[in-house]
Ligand binder design. Structure first.
Ligand SMILES: *[C@@H]1O[C@H](CO)[C@@H](O)[C@H](O)[C@H]1NC(C)=O
Ligand SMILES: *[C@@H]1O[C@H](CO)[C@@H](O)[C@H](O)[C@H]1NC(C)=O
Ligand SMILES: [Ca+2]
Length: 727
């Protein structure tokens, strides 16, 4: 009996081992180093301008982006002595907030795009050029053109064999003109290209063009001839360490695109998603400023999407980018409070586009980092606890931004500092991005280096120190007024062996960041003095506990859920008097409880406020349900609505609010947002904890002492048992 069970256990272990090994194999992302020619003639010229006046005028200016586009094109021609048929407009749009029109041009060589010859022209609201970036090369020659015979070029479209302006595009333009689908004169064919790129009108690929493209496919990889796209793909794959499987099945098909030029597709490429690889004939400017004929290949795979340019004459890969540029962070995802509650996960690109338009590592004004610095937070180690942070140690994710560092919880925190800083960086960014959805944005005084002209003051990203040596068993956050960096210090907790790291406990990081949110929102971004002491200072701690507690809620939680605060770092016990619970035995906090001497400190008062908010949270979730999608900021779900009302209350309440003021601000936030749908629900939630209509304080002292009166009553109109929310 005994033996049998031992054997069956072994069998089970083997069974489990197998799938684990299989799982680790597929879908590994290749670390592909992007590269391309660096062009010496690259320039960016700024013209004297007055952006402020441009902004002023934009509101009244009737110039449409199209009008500025014409100005941009004539500027391009004057600038380069190029003709209309030597470039194409790739994009043109106007930024509403500053009236600047951006026009993007690409140079053509005999009708074929030179993929790295680009010009971007920026114009103010009066269509006056304010800056020009340029890698056009009007006099570029074909690489090795002196010795190259026409036969060495791909059959079509070959600049060496085609007369000027009759490359692929020239041909298409001619066809379009002949078909009469677009009005195309020599001078306005740019409009025609725009039509092609932006319009939806049907266009049948002229048979003769398809025929000529087919010749390209037939070109064999002879020792002297140009490379076929299939051979180009073989070279590209070799470059990334892959081989072509079943290459005998691969063939070329020509596609007539409704929105762009016709192109070719390599079919049956086993490695590619959909087994297809689009292939286009192009030019690339090399570092000597010469034109190279290339095959432009788009190889989409599960984990990489490679855009490569392979020389059609030598097979050399001349440039390569991976369109999959996801940063990855091995962290405790928001919602997993700490290492005892769940595992780390490798998260891909968690940045929110709206809140962090340039991602988490780029400040959007040509400053980007591969370590844990960016527009919202600079996170670093600070073991000596000193004031200096700029040159401190930070983990580096490399060009591909992969922050995947080992974490061994049975060793001391200093041994996993890179994982800790990564977690801290991730959480700060997540909180920034999340609260952005609820209105803590640039205008409201949030923490960002660059504000992207969305209002408020920048230059105030959070400085977040992990394992800060200036203390133990705590954490803090300093909030100067808008425009100056917030500063977060996270400490190691030494009550257990091995020590624990607050950087790994989301609740502590959220609590600290919440100081920044509540202080900037209360009394306006410029005033950091509104939550300093007394009941206001107490609530300043309470909002942090509340945010930390609700952001760890699971879909499965019900209103009997009990959550302690800081229990991981502290070694198993919460750091507050009572855990948060709607059960008045588990947590007996009421307004009057703060009369006691144990409640003179801000953290104790904060517990009472957080408990009141916890009641209000559950009343709303019981009424409207829960969504795990916190980023939706949905008004239709209880949890997101509760967070919205509390954040709105912060902006509405006065400087140095009392508990009653803060309650009233939340009730008003609901009036503004929902027309007061939850008036009675909210009153009842506060009343349950003594903050009903007749709650009072007498003889309040500067540090928040006084004699309080609990009131367990909602307003009269809410008291009829059946008449809940008729406000
Ligand atoms: C984790 O750290 C402990 C203590 O330093 C060490 O004994 C153990 O081997 C480590 N485990 C791993 C998997 O590295
Ligand atoms: C509240 O908690 C106490 C103690 O755990 C328990 O006896 C009681 O039944 C709970 N009350 C409710 C309403 O769940
Ligand atoms: Ca700011």
């Amino acid at each position: 009996m005994h033996l049998v069970s031992v054997y069956s256990a072994v069998g089970l272990a083997l069974l489990l081992a197998q799938p684990a090994a299989v799982v680790s194999h597929p879908s590994t992302r290749r670390r592909v180093q992007p590269f391309g020619p660096s062009l010496k003639h690259h320039s960016f010229t700024q013209h004297a301008t007055n952006l402020a006046s441009a902004q002023l005028f934009s509101a009244f200016n009737s110039a449409r982006p199209q009008d500025c586009k014409a100005a941009a094109i004539s500027q391009a021609k004057a600038h380069t002595e190029l003709d209309d048929h030597d470039f194409v407009v790739k994009d043109a749009y106007r930024s509403d907030h500053n009236g600047v029109t951006h026009v993007y041009l690409r140079q053509l060589h005999k009708g074929v795009e030179i993929i790295n010859a680009d010009m971007n022209i920026n114009l103010d609201s009066n269509c006056k050029v304010i800056s020009v970036g340029n890698t056009f090369h009007p006099h570029a020659k074909l690489a090795g053109s002196s010795s190259q015979s026409p036969a060495k070029s791909p059959a079509t479209p070959s600049p060496a064999t085609e007369p000027a302006h009759i490359g692929m595009w020239g041909f298409v333009r001619g066809q379009l003109g002949a078909l009469g689908q677009v009005v195309l004169g020599v001078n306005d064919w740019l409009t025609g290209l725009d039509y092609w790129q932006g319009d939806h009108s049907e266009f049948a690929l002229p048979q003769s063009l398809a025929d000529s493209l087919a010749k390209v496919a037939d070109t064999k990889d002879g020792s002297n001839g140009p490379l076929s796209p299939v051979m180009a793909l073989v070279h590209l794959l070799k470059h990334i360490g892959e081989e072509l499987a079943h290459d005998h099945d691969i063939h070329l098909e020509h596609v007539s695109s409704l929105t762009g030029e016709p192109y070719s597709v390599l079919k049956n490429v086993a490695l590619a998603v959909g087994k297809e690889v689009p292939a286009r004939f192009r030019y690339v400017l090399n570092e000597d400023g010469e034109l190279e004929q290339v095959w432009d290949l788009e190889l989409e795979m599960e984990e990489n999407w490679i855009h490569g340019h392979v020389s059609a004459t030598t097979g050399k890969v001349l440039s390569l980018v991976d369109w999959v540029a996801d940063a990855q962070y091995n962290v405790y995802p928001l919602g997993v409070n700490d290492p005892l509650e769940g595992e780390r996960a490798l998260l891909k690109d968690p940045a929110n586009e709206n809140a962090s338009p340039f991602g988490w590592h780029d400040t959007g004004n040509s400053k980007s980092y591969t370590d844990t610095r960016g527009n919202n937070v600079n996170a670093q180690a600070n073991p000596d606890g000193g004031y200096e942070w700029e040159n401190n140690h930070r983990p580096d994710g490399g060009e591909s931004l992969i922050f995947d560092f080992p974490l061994n919880l049975t060793s001391q925190p200093k041994d996993y500092i890179d994982a800790a800083v990564t977690n801290l960086f991730y959480l700060n960014n997540m909180i920034h991005d999340l609260f952005y959805q609820y209105g803590f944005n640039e205008k409201a005084g949030n923490f960002q280096q660059n504000n992207f002209e969305r209002g408020g003051l920048g230059n105030d990203a959070v400085i977040a120190n992990a394992q800060d040596g200036s203390g133990y068993n705590n954490a803090n956050f300093a909030t100067p007024p808008d425009g100056r960096n917030g500063k977060m210090r996270m400490y190691v907790w030494n009550g257990v062996d091995p020590n624990r790291d607050g950087d790994l406990e989301s609740g502590i990081v959220i609590h600290e960041y919440a100081h920044g949110i509540s202080i900037r929102l209360t009394g306006g971004p410029a005033n950091s003095g509104c939550l300093g002491w007394g009941e206001a200072g107490g609530m300043g701690e309470g909002w942090g506990d509340f945010f930390a507690t609700i952001l760890r809620m699971k879909q499965s939680d019900i209103n009997t859920a009990v959550y302690p605060m800081g229990s991981y770092a502290n070694g198993g016990e919460g750091i507050r008097r009572y855990p948060y619970s709607t059960n008045s035995t588990t947590n007996p906090s009421t307004y009057k409880i703060m009369d006691g001497p144990a409640y003179w400190g801000v953290h104790a008062k904060g517990e009472v406020w957080a408990e009141m908010l916890y009641e209000m949270y559950w009343a709303l979730v019981d009424a409207y349900g829960f969504t795990p999608d916190w980023f939706s900021a949905s008004h239709d779900h209880g949890n997101t609505l509760a967070l919205q009302l509390v954040v709105d209350g912060l902006s509405l309440q006065p400087c140095r609010p009392s508990f009653m003021d803060a309650r009233d601000a939340i009730i008003q936030a609901d009036e503004v947002l929902t027309g007061g749908k939850n008036h009675c629900l909210l009153w009842k939630a506060f009343a349950k904890r003594g903050l009903g209509v007749d709650a009072k304080i007498r003889g309040d002292t500067p540090w928040g002492g006084g004699i309080r009166t609990d009131s367990f009553d909602a307003p009269t109109k809410c008291r009829a048992p059946s008449d809940n929310d008729s406000a």
